[in-house]
Design a protein around this ligand. Structure first.
Ligand code: FDP
Ligand code: ZN
Length: 280
C-alpha cells in the first residue's frame, strides 16, 4: 500500500510543477478579451486532465474522480483517488493562493470517510508546498521541479490557536454560529480568510485555529464537497492532532449521498471544534 500512496503523492507533486508553470499563461489567457485564436484550457480543467492521465496510469489506481467531472473514470486497481484539481480557482484572477487536494480511498467512490488511507494537498503560495497525511503522520514538503523535499515531519497543530476564517456571507450564517464567532473573538483569535480552502487550512496547520464553511440560510449544506474537500482535509487535520466536524460529527464519520454532495466543514484545534459543536 505504501508504495502506491507514495506514487500517488509523487504524481501529484510532479503535476503540481506543471500546473504552477501554466498558471501564469492561463491567467493572462483568461484575462484577455480576445485571445489570439489559440484555444487554451482553463487552468482547473488543465490540472484535472493532467491528474486523471497521470494517476490512472499508476497500476494500483482503480479510479479517478474530481470536482471538475460528473462521474468517476475507472480502470483496475485497489485504490480510488478523489481530487480537487484547482481549489480556490476564483483566486486566479486576483493572484491569490490556490491549491490541489487529493484523497486516497480503499473503496470505490463515493466512499465513506473511514475508507481514506491517505490524503494530501498542494499549496500554490509564494512557494509551492505539499502536506501529506499517511500512517498517522503529517509531513510538509517543498516542491521544486516537481520533486518533494521534506520541510517538516510529524507536523502537529500548535496548541494555542491564533487564526480563524469562515466562508459565506455573514447575514446568511445561522444565529448560533454568529454567536460562536463572537466567542472565539473573545478568545483573541484573529480573522484571516483568503478564499481558497487549501490556503485557509494551511494557515490553521501553521498557526493553529479554525477554518470553516458553514451551513447558510439558502444552502443548508454549505458550499464545500465532502468527498473532494471536506474528508481529505479532515483526514490531514485529524492526523495532525486536530478535529473536524459538520457541526455535529467528524467529517470522517460521514458517507457522501453522492459523489458531489456538499457539507458544512469545520477543521481546526480540538478545543475549538468541541466549542463549536456545543454551540450549534
Ligand atoms: P473556489 O470556489 O474558488 O474553488 O472549492 C470551493 C472554494 O473555492 C474553496 O476553496 C473556498 O474555501 C471557497 O470556495 C470560497 O468560497 P467563497 O468565495 O464563498 O468565500
Ligand atoms: Zn475546492
Amino acid at each position: 500500500m505504501t508504495d502506491t500512496i507514495e506514487a500517488v503523492f509523487d504524481t501529484v507533486a510532479a503535476t503540481a510543477g506543471d500546473v504552477r508553470t501554466v498558471l501564469s499563461s492561463r491567467r493572462s489567457y483568461e484575462a484577455a478579451e480576445n485571445p489570439s485564436g489559440e484555444q487554451q484550457l482553463a487552468a482547473d480543467v488543465y490540472a484535472d486532465e493532467q491528474l486523471e492521465d497521470e494517476l490512472l496510469a499508476l497500476a494500483e489506481v482503480g479510479s479517478y474522480a474530481s470536482e471538475e467531472r460528473e462521474s468517476v473514470s475507472t480502470d483496475t486497481g485497489a485504490y480510488h483517488v478523489a481530487c480537487d484539481p484547482l481549489d480556490g480557482s476564483s483566486n486566479l484572477k486576483s493572484n491569490n493562493s490556490m491549491g490541489t487536494i487529493v484523497g486516497i480511498y480503499d473503496e470505490p467512490l463515493p466512499a465513506p470517510g473511514d475508507a481514506l488511507v491517505a490524503a494530501g494537498y498542494v499549496l500554490y503560495g509564494p512557494i509551492t508546498t505539499m502536506v501529506t497525511a499517511v500512517d498517522e503522520s503529517v509531513t510538509e514538503y517543498l516542491i521544486e521541479d516537481g520533486e518533494r523535499e521534506v520541510l517538516s515531519e510529524d507536523v502537529q497543530l500548535p496548541d494555542d490557536p491564533v487564526v480563524y476564517g469562515f466562508g459565506g456571507r455573514v447575514p446568511d450564517w445561522p444565529t448560533e454560529f454568529g454567536a460562536y464567532v463572537d466567542d472565539i473573538e473573545d478568545e483573541r483569535l484573529k480573522l484571516r480568510y483568503g478564499g481558497a480552502m487549501v490556503a485557509d487550512v494551511n494557515q490553521v496547520v501553521t498557526y493553529g485555529g479554525l477554518f470553516g464553511y458553514p451551513m447558510l440560510a439558502d444552502r443548508p449544506n454549505g458550499k464545500l464537497r465532502l468527498q473532494f474537500e471536506g474528508q481529505p482535509m479532515a483526514y490531514i487535520i485529524e492526523t495532525a492532532g486536530g478535529a473536524s466536524s459538520d457541526g455535529t460529527e467528524s467529517l470522517l464519520d460521514k458517507t457522501p449521498d453522492g459523489l458531489h454532495s456538499r457539507t458544512p466543514v469545520f477543521v481546526g484545534n480540538e478545543s475549538l471544534i468541541a466549542g463549536l459543536e456545543s454551540k450549534l
